[in-house]
Design a protein around this ligand. Structure first.
Ligand SMILES: N[C@@H](CCC(=O)N[C@@H](CS)C(=O)NCC(=O)O)C(=O)O
Length: 242
């Protein structure tokens, strides 16, 4: 059995989609990041970066001891290697898949995250930040569109892989990113096709009832303004009387 420490956001959906695609049995352990549960000592023991997702595999291959993994890219690789699916074990396609996974982890995810922050959550509209991240996200969609136009039709080439599962949840946020998918027809075609996969639908539905309709003051306190000092001082944790 695998415990999935999760909240329904793009980085969480990567793993719920992968678990559904592989048909692995798992148990949902909610981490309410809007309440500061990512700072609980139990969760930090699994994920010292106070970010979800994380997993605990209670039956890892080759050993009886439970294994915890954090960082969505590492979790996708772990699950792919555990099941032998969605990541070739060697050869050219393995590195095609890993390079696009890293592209998502180091590029599209962080840039779209910042773009979304300055568009939706920043208390004041800062034109320079909106333009900088907006342009970079637009550039990254262009890179993805060119890649998807190549023969094969999936992010890493001819096969559906963990690279698709990493990129798709962030493309799901395209409206909030103010990206018009019609400008990127190959992304649009790929996105619509993935949406039809039953496992993708189930992954996106996981815990959707947990999502708050809007960002509350409590969530702002938990999520924003984190520094080494404020984290160490416990300033983002749920207050005891909440
Ligand atoms: N690089 C990390 C990023 C994970 C991440 O940013 N998770 C967000 C939700 S999408 C989170 O846990 N935020 C909690 C916080 O900001 O304190 C990964 O891919 O796993």
């Amino acid at each position: 059995m695998i415990d999935l420490h999760y909240w329904p956001t793009p980085n969480g959906w990567k793993i719920s989609i992968m678990l559904e695609e592989c048909g692995l049995p798992y148990r949902l352990v909610p981490v309410n990041i809007g309440k500061g549960e990512q700072f609980s000592p139990e969760f930090l023991a699994l994920s010292p970066n106070n970010r979800m997702p994380a997993i605990v595999d209670h039956a890892p291959s080759g050993g009886a001891t439970s294994l915890a993994v954090f960082e969505s890219g590492a979790i996708l690789i772990y699950l792919a290697e555990k099941t032998g699916r969605f990541l070739p074990l060697d050869g050219r396609e393995r590195y095609q898949t890993l390079q696009w996974l890293m592209w998502q982890m180091g590029g599209l995810g962080p840039m779209a995250g910042q773009n979304g922050h300055f568009l939706l959550y920043a208390p004041e509209k800062i034109p320079y930040a909106i333009e900088r991240y907006g342009k970079e996200v637009d550039r990254l969609y262009g890179v993805l569109d060119t890649q998807l136009a190549r023969k094969g039709g999936y992010v890493a080439g001819a096969s559906y892989s963990i690279a698709d599962m990493a990129v798709f949840p962030w493309v799901r946020t395209h409206k909030a990113q103010q990206i018009d998918l019609q400008k990127f027809p190959h992304v649009e075609r790929w996105y619509n096709a993935l949406f039809e996969r039953p496992a993708v639908k189930r992954g996106l539905d996981l815990g959707k009832e947990l999502r708050a309709p809007a960002l509350t003051e409590e969530a702002r306190k938990a999520l924003f303004g984190q520094t080494a000092q404020s984290v160490r001082a416990g300033q983002h944790q749920p207050s005891p009387n909440v």
